[in-house]
Design a protein around this ligand. Sequence first.
Ligand code: AHG
Ligand code: MN
Ligand code: MN
Length: 337
Amino acid sequence: MSRRVSLTQYLVEQERQHGRIPAQLRLLIEVVARACKRIAISVNKGALGDVLGSAGSENVQGEVQKKLDVISNEVLIEANEWGGHLAAMASEEMDSIHGVPHRYPQGEYLLLFDPLDGSSNIDVNVSIGTIFSVLRKVGHARGVSEEDFLQPGKHQAAAGYCVYGPQTTLVLTVGDGVAMFTLDREQGSFVLTEENLTIPEDTQEFAVNMSNQRHWAPPVVRYIDECLAGKDGPRGKDFNMRWVGSMVADVHRLLMRGGVFLYPWDQREPDKPGKLRLMYEANPMAFLVEQAGGLASNGQARIMGLVPSKLHERTSVVLGSKNEVERVVDYHRSALP
Ligand code: AHG
Ligand code: MN
Ligand code: MN
């Protein structure tokens, strides 16, 4: 029988072999994984658990919150508050940062999350997920403020996501490649099912919401038009398209078999740099994708080099197979006056 490696064992062995995962970070990752198991249970209950539909409230971005957005946010906070590994948390679903209550010891890490990604897919039983990103609090000043979170993604100590799909899978990087774990429901533990995930440099599959095509900037229109032209166009090959509408599911697919994912800036809200959130969605996914040999850009610059000016900052996103992302960046460059 092949050796089964649990998430805990993987983290302990990584620390022994490479010294990359200090005890607080290991605890943090295990606590997030435990929270994801709890969220998976709620997701699976569906209508039987009264978890579907709207919560009747709005988040700071003006989006209607679903019950599962609120439940997942609470599960992650409750699980992470008391372990002594965190200084504070920030979430897509909370206006401002959430410090660790004074009755608990304060740790050195900052945890950011999109508690439930793909909210529009909850009620139709399509894959959704949780995305998380870990930063280190810099400086020794007491207390935590929003400024402590405003670090570029290249400073992430770890990042990952959990997909609640046909299987529940946790995908993780601590800056030394990407590993995937599958939830064994009978045992209640995440088991290592793939190591060193690699995204092929070339692909014939793209993911974008085509209904926004008329609003895109010319370099994006050009790139997708050329993909659509297939064999007869300048690319000389046919492309396939997929759009789940949950970033976790779309990014998971490209980590498994290659592809390029775009959520570009568009003219619907010209003052917003994009729809997706830099700190809760773009940065963690960029870290995973780069660790798997892909690239992540906003069209002009590397996502992980962007210095956020506010917690809920948004960005345009192009990520996945290296040669495709480079091409999109190239089309942006050559469109400059
Ligand atoms: P969230 O559910 O956390 O608000 O994120 C939804 C995001 C992302 O998961 C997905 O790629 C994108 O929104 C889908 O947007 P459209 O509905 O505009 O296609
Ligand atoms: Mn999201
Ligand atoms: Mn969300």
